[in-house]
Design a protein around this ligand. Sequence first.
Ligand SMILES: C[S@@+](CC[C@H](N)C(=O)[O-])C[C@H]1O[C@@H](n2cnc3c(N)ncnc32)[C@H](O)[C@@H]1O
Length: 398
Amino acid sequence: MALFMDTGLLLRKVNNLRCFTPRRNRVKEKWAATRAKYPPTTLALQHFDAAYGIQLGHLWPSVRAALLCERKYGALVNNFSDDDVLSDLQDQGCRDFISDTDLEVHLEQISAVGVEGESSDLSTKTSDISHQQLSPLQISRNIKCLVFPRGDITRFKPAKPDKFGLLGYYLMDAASVLPCLALDVQEGHNVLDLCAAPGGKTLTLLQTQCLGFLCVNDSSISRTLRLKRVLHSYTPKPFLSGDNLRITSFDGTKWGEIERDTFDRVLVDVPCTTDRHSLVEDDNNIFSRSRTGERRRLPQLQLELLLAGIEATHPGGEILYSTCTLSQTQNQSVVEQAIHLAQENHSIHLQVVDLKPLTHMFRKTFHFAPNLHLGEMVIPHLAANFGPIYMCKLKRLT
Ligand SMILES: C[S@@+](CC[C@H](N)C(=O)[O-])C[C@H]1O[C@@H](n2cnc3c(N)ncnc32)[C@H](O)[C@@H]1O
């Protein structure tokens, strides 16, 4: 179904539709005396209204409307599959958002504006954090992620297996590909994916087909099993049993004690309040009363995971921190504290790598939050309903 209309009209329609209002059974509800007064999805919305109303200001009403509507997916093309899914998807009207970018325009603009213009913008960022100047990103040509055009909310059909049983594409939030692109893996790199399940970003990294060694970890045994099932559905068997891949189920916060100064690239895609999920699903919701403690402890867990990821990287290597929440407390504040503590406690000096080139390249596909003082964030929009995805890249100097 194509949906081309101006955003104002779309917003009015959405407000009327109240997408994703959780359905409740009236008969059961009447007798359920123990039922919580407010279900977790309602508590999540109340929490977000209070926090993001202040944080995002005038942007919040439109982000809120998008969050309450069906998200948009991207189809990550599986290079291990034999089927030509690329042309099939293109025939359906999709485009690969990674190759269809403004790279040329972007490079011209950088040289026209000059690094000076960009650094004055950066000077508003936290004063004691050093930032790397702009440099063109090297985007792997092997990663392909197809999306329907802006405003088109057609759903993808489920992927089909090829003659070897491998699926042709993996459906994921297209914005989740960005942290993998930002990680900028190069030929022969040793890579650690610290919180990897269910494996969307692992699969994306594997598509580059250039990794020297990939270590995939998730502390949850059940989620690691799910990750293994995903990898079995998308990669050839010899690949999974080879020496270039290791799958573990350790507590990632302890990684610094296991393997220090080792990896060229580390992805730290932490557990968070998963804002979109928290608004639509009452089951297993982090805003349920029974999980209040766990939710309050999230920033500390995120900080410990990021610090462990920093320790696992060798000097000169790079770390990508990402979440799928809009929360400043789980995003920028965690990164700021990690930079400070890495220096104080481990004498590790870090530099923030500017991701403006990336946001510039993909501005046709995603909406990015304006003027973040640290990192970049895809914000949901009704015409491009991806995200939220926050990412911040750090380079380990010492
Ligand atoms: C946001 S999800 C990761 C999504 C994944 N990167 C992907 O792209 O599919 C966060 C993951 O962190 C895992 N996790 C939670 N605590 C952890 C810890 N202490 N160490 C390692 N992983 C942890 C959770 O089990 C969860 O699978």
